[in-house]
Design a protein around this ligand. Structure first.
Ligand code: ADE
Length: 229
């Protein structure tokens, strides 16, 4: 999968060199291209923002650099005729595991990281395939949201996770029911007076599977009843 990210703070993406993602990049499973939006400004101050038409607080990201950036990036020879273009914004549709799975099937994604009050709406209209929100809170810009989405999407790609089963067993991953994962334990069997549930030490795989399923249901009912509804 090819991933292009356009931002005025490309340093935000240093974590893409670490851990699973770093390995996936080094191993050629994902091909990440970072672009500084200011590359496509033409004034000495490399201005990317301007005041909003109609007045109001804050600044708006100018259409021209975004237009030039998207023309340049989408015009590069990529693994598809055209990438899927994603704009993180609190006014987008909610990001969830289903959308992560859908994006993981794309050969080429472009993330456009807005700052300030957002990107000129004509850029979004003309270019964006998806406007996506991580949740009902406001971040300082699209960079962290992009990191979240890139991690959620790329860990679904074949070969990125060490254990091929771990993604399938995740919370929210089931084809039908969406249950939270049960609690997990490792050695020692007791710490500070707290013991591992005995069934997990029983060696009875049927009983363990039933216990995990029951724990998933209890947790989901208690913490996320909306998932059961
Ligand atoms: N940019 C700012 N806030 C955001 C959010 N909640 N989700 C996605 N992108 C954002």
């Amino acid at each position: 999968m090819r991933i292009d990210i356009v931002s005025i703070f490309v340093d935000y993406f240093a974590p893409l060199d670490l851990s699973l993602l770093g390995k996936a990049r080094a191993g050629g499973l994902i091909d990440v291209h970072l672009h500084d939006l200011r590359t496509w400004t033409d004034d000495v101050h490399r201005t990317v923002d301007d005041s909003p038409y109609g007045g109001g607080p804050g600044m708006v990201m100018r259409a021209e650099p975004w237009w030039a950036a998207l023309e340049a990036v989408t015009g590069e020879p990529g693994p598809a005729a055209r990438p899927r273009i994603v704009v993180p914004t609190p006014s987008g549709r909610r990001f969830d595991q289903k959308l992560a799975t859908e994006l993981a099937a794309e050969p080429w994604l472009v993330f456009c990281c807005g700052r300030y009050e957002g990107i000129d709406a004509r850029v979004i209209e003309a270019w964006a395939d998806d406007e996506v929100s991580l949740g009902d809170y406001v971040l300082a810009g699209g960079e962290v949201a992009t990191l979240v989405m890139v991690e959620a999407v790329t860990r679904l790609l074949p070969g990125v996770l060490g254990n091929a089963e771990s993604a399938r067993d995740d919370s929210f991953s089931g084809p039908g029911e969406q249950l939270l994962e049960p609690p997990v334990y490792t050695r020692p069997p007791e710490i500070a007076g707290r013991s591992v549930p005995p069934v997990l030490l029983s060696g009875d795989h049927g009983a363990i599977a039933r216990w995990r399923d029951e724990q998933s249901r209890l947790r989901t009912a208690e913490r996320r009843p909306d998932l059961l509804a």
